[in-house]
Design a binder for this molecule. Sequence first.
Ligand SMILES: [Zn+2]
Length: 113
Amino acid sequence: MKQCMVCKNGKLESVKDITLEIEGYVFILAGERCSGCKEEFPYEAETQHAITAARRLGVWPEPMKLYRHLSKSGGGLVFRIPADLEKQLNLTEETEISISKLGNKIVIEAEKE
Ligand SMILES: [Zn+2]
């Protein structure tokens, strides 16, 4: 089995229940999940299939799932917003965001004025 490239500790296991949510549409993809950190890696072909389906529904907003690490700063964890999302959503230092916890997911929303 392959080793996880995120935590470099867990092993990747084949799964068929990775959920990918795009604008309210949920796609179930096959792929691999790390036994350690639980990070999910949908197979490329599966992801492409979901993107094609989403595009047909007119809901695909650009890049797909992004993998990011948190960094430590001043005793807290910092999440860096990817540059393309920053541009797409017109985020600035002034942007107020709300953070909600949905099960084991964290949803970050930019508050619109
Ligand atoms: Zn891992």
